[in-house]
Structure formats: structure tokens, C-alpha cells
Design a protein around this ligand. Structure first.
Ligand SMILES: [Cu+2]
Length: 118
């Protein structure tokens, strides 16, 4: 009986914490969140991917910088390397924590003012 009462109290505390929108980093909810993050990162490392794309419209180092910045801002992207082919399609090598969503990639590149060929 005593154990049951203690368990109920703990879940009540946890529920209250969530309902009040706590900002704790090391409480019950904070611990749960950090465990999830670690698992995601470990899984991501296992599936690290490197893929080449072609982007049209880059003509100088400034363009390369713009595209690099745009691509690097995408979730999961770890490294971006661009071989500039001024006036043609430049090779963009992207290393990421997993497959990149090409819709997101294409949108990011278009936002920067360039065109993802493939
Ligand atoms: Cu330029």
C-alpha cells in the first residue's frame, strides 16, 4: 500500500511539471528528452551519407558561399563541398547524418537564388 501511494505521488508530480510548462533541464522531462537526442545522434552517425548534386547558376566564390550557407543550414547536413563550374552546373557534395530530403534541398538552393539540377 505504501509503495502504491508513492508511485501515484511521483506520477502526479511529473504530470504537474509538464502541465505547468517547466523549463527544467535535468528533471524528469529533461532526462527523457536528452536520452532521445542521444539515440537519434548515434543512429544518425551510423547512416552518415555523402552525396553529389549539381547546381546551376553559380559564377563566383560569392555564389559558392551563398549555396554553402543555404545547404549547411538544412537539418542534418554536416559538410558541404562545392566544385565551382562558372556558367555551368557545379558539383555540390553534401555529407549528412542521413539522406537529405531533396524537396528541402531544392527549396533551400532556390531561396539562395540558384537551381538544383539533380
Ligand atoms: Cu557569385
Amino acid at each position: 500500500m505504501e509503495q502504491e501511494i508513492k508511485l501515484m505521488k511521483m506520477s502526479e508530480v511529473a504530470g504537474t511539471t509538464f502541465d505547468s510548462g517547466c523549463g527544467c533541464g535535468d528533471g524528469i522531462c529533461g532526462t527523457g528528452m536528452s536520452v532521445d537526442t542521444k539515440e537519434t545522434k548515434e543512429n544518425a552517425k551510423m547512416s552518415e551519407t555523402s552525396k553529389d548534386y549539381l547546381v546551376e547558376g553559380m559564377t563566383c566564390a560569392h555564389c559558392v558561399g551563398s549555396v554553402t550557407k543555404a545547404v549547411a543550414g538544412i537539418d542534418g547536413v554536416e559538410d558541404v563541398e562545392i566544385e565551382l563550374n562558372a556558367g555551368g552546373a557545379s558539383k555540390v557534395s553534401i555529407t549528412s547524418e542521413g539522406p537529405i530530403d531533396e524537396t528541402v534541398l531544392s527549396a533551400a538552393i532556390e531561396d539562395a537564388g540558384y537551381n538544383l539540377v539533380k
